[in-house]
Write a protein that binds this ligand. Structure first.
Ligand SMILES: Cc1cc2nc3c(=O)[nH]c(=O)nc-3n(C[C@H](O)[C@H](O)[C@H](O)COP(=O)(O)OP(=O)(O)OC[C@H]3O[C@@H](n4cnc5c(N)ncnc54)[C@H](O)[C@@H]3O)c2cc1C
Length: 456
């Protein structure tokens, strides 16, 4: 048997890939939760007939044609909505900016000085990589944008968003918030400078609606109208079960003895199952999960704020045509709001979700306060709340505290250097580009193919 640990999107995609080579009857997926799907599970409220995602909503294609087609097929023609672009905005100085989620600095009195400082910095740039997630935010920001823009705009915004002194944050804060560029040029000025990749990597195009097609990301994004990300999970599950793959949920105490090549776990009935000669074991249960199974000590993580979420049904759809926006209001900070009508292309869709970083449970803003804030910035008009649920998320973004991100990086290295028998594969050791789902599924797809080949 080949065992896949974890039934999130990585585990399911991995099972699909493995089943093509060895046949579904030889594969068992073990999931500790009573439901499959991991971070993409979502929540359905039967009384209201409403589905909400849990933080992750839209999928971007991976560029691997077979994989993209597989995922789109899982959703089905009548449900899939394609987007060339998904509009995101942000709140700066208490104003909702719709043109871009990058800080638009064109109205600042010292614009020329800011631009000069960024350009001078670019000339001296030592080639810092935007994908480096565990380096000090201050150094990273100075090297990318210069001191002036960093001190005046970027660092205060990030410090407010993550409620932390920027000295303690890592460059991952920039990736998580999407603040990797700024808007400092008009459309014509931008176009005349656009041949330089350095220029484009720091200065964003100022209008989301008129972005020249040659600079758009060619990989489309897609969403499932009714069941959101959960559609992918249901679609994959059906496909796998048809192929004969067994999915065991409610499995606990999974243990792996690497020396004797034995696995042992308790199934949902409490029966202890042992396999003394598994052909292969694929760990698709995240970085910490993999480390635990492999017996690699986990560094002490800094206490992180939890991520909580309001699922909200309004009496009519929101006023604005933005899919997402982030709030950088200095008096009141929530992380991200999602406007479902822009994901489903249904102008009557009245669902929104609001993700909040919760550092102290007694400080969770009441729903009335959130709605007032959304009205103050003109995202909502007179809409009223007709349904609302609050929940903490099970999984959370790795908080971009410098110590945490360095721990994550060190753990990835430990896992990569940890010698495992040839019949074990762990995606966590190849951490690579990141924690975004399209990287994650591409990795699961490609690593599984290579692993199965190596077993043969
Ligand atoms: C709030 C939030 C917002 C996000 N937003 C975006 C976004 O906008 N865009 C984007 O691209 N990505 C986003 N992501 C990331 C994306 O959701 C993840 O990259 C992806 O879902 C991870 O899938 P996975 O299968 O690797 O892990 P998971 O979904 O975490 O699945 C791992 C599974 O393993 C199981 N497991 C763990 N240990 C064991 C064990 N010992 N035995 C058995 N089972 C075990 C868990 O129960 C879980 O079901 C977001 C993530 C979060 C949390």
């Amino acid at each position: 048997m080949i065992y896949i640990i974890g039934a999130g999107i990585s585990g399911l995609v991995s099972a699909y890939q493995a089943s093509k080579e060895v046949g579904g009857n030889n594969i068992v997926i073990l999931e500790k939760d009573t439901n499959i799907g991991g971070a993409l599970r979502g929540v359905f409220y039967p009384e209201q007939g409403m589905h909400f995602d849990n933080g992750t909503h839209i999928f971007r294609m991976t560029g691997i044609a077979e994989l993209d087609q597989l995922l789109i097929n899982c959703i089905g023609d009548s449900q899939v909505v394609f987007h060339d672009k998904v509009k995101i905005g942000a709140v700066y100085t208490n104003k909702l900016q719709e043109n871009s989620h990058y800080p638009d600095i064109r109205e600042r009195s010292n614009l020329n000085e800011l631009k000069k400082n960024i350009f001078d910095t670019q000339l001296e740039k030592s080639g810092i990589n935007i994908r480096e997630q565990h380096v000090n935010l201050l150094n990273f920001a100075y090297e990318r944008f210069g001191a002036l823009y960093s001190n005046e705009i970027l660092l205060p915004a990030l410090s407010n968003l993550f409620r932390s002194d920027p000295k303690c944050l890592s460059s991952m804060a920039l990736n998580l918030s999407g603040l990797s560029r700024c808007i400092a040029f008009s459309e014509d000025e931008w176009k005349s400078n656009s041949t330089s990749t350095d220029f484009r990597s720091v200065f964003g195009y100022p209008n989301q609606d008129t972005m020249p097609i040659e600079f758009e990301n060619k990989l489309k994004q897609f969403y499932s109208k009714e069941n959101g990300t959960n559609s992918l999970i249901i679609g994959l599950k059906n496909l796998l079960e048809k192929a004969g793959v067994k999915i065991e949920t409610g499995v606990i105490d999974f243990q792996l003895n690497q020396k004797t090549n034995t696995i042992i776990f308790k199934n949902r009935n409490g029966t202890i199952i042992q396999d003394k000669n598994p052909i292969g074991i694929i760990l698709a249960n995240g970085l910490l999960g993999s480390a635990i199974v492999l017996g690699i000590p986990i560094p002490k993580f800094q206490k992180t704020p939890r991520l909580a979420m309001y699922h909200i049904g309004l009496d009519s759809s929101p006023k604005r045509n933005l899919a997402y926006f982030c709030n950088f209001n200095h008096h009141y900070s929530f992380f991200r709001a999602t406007n479902y009508k822009m994901l489903t292309n249904n102008c009557n869709d009245n669902r929104i979700t609001v993700e909040i970083l919760v550092d102290n449970p007694s400080n969770i803003p009441a729903i009335s306060e959130i709605i007032k804030n959304l009205k103050d910035i003109d995202f909502l008009d007179n809409e009223r709340v007709s349904f609302c649920e609050f929940a903490y998320l099970k999984s959370y973004y790795p908080y971009p505290d410098l110590k945490n991100t360095q721990f994550i990086n060190a753990l990835k290295t430990d896992i990569a250097q940890h010698k495992v028998p040839e019949n074990i594969c762990s995606f966590a050791s190849h951490g690579g580009a990141g924690f975004f789902q399209n990287n994650v599924v591409a990795l699961a797809f490609e690593e599984t193919a290579a692993f199965i080949k190596s077993l043969k």
